[in-house]
Design a protein around this ligand. Sequence first.
Ligand SMILES: [Zn+2]
Length: 93
Amino acid sequence: MWLVECPSFWDQGLIRPLVTEGGEVVLMCDSCTAVWRTPAGIEEFDHVEPAAPDWSIGPDTHVRPGTTRWAGPADVTSAGWGDLQWRELPYAS
Ligand SMILES: [Zn+2]
């Protein structure tokens, strides 16, 4: 599932919900890997760009490869984002 297209004008990625190792649901572009902590932050381009080696996206939160998974409907509902206009991926996830 995805929410909106990446707002970066040079990127055509899709912003998808992601569950961190700590269980937090965030939003990540599947192309440029920019992360937004909240849906409201997307329009404001209030993003973080996680990078090696710590892949930090904030205090005590990281998206280190291998520790995350793409979220599903139950995850976004528990995050309080269940009412957003989620869309089906154009490809198999
Ligand atoms: Zn992107």
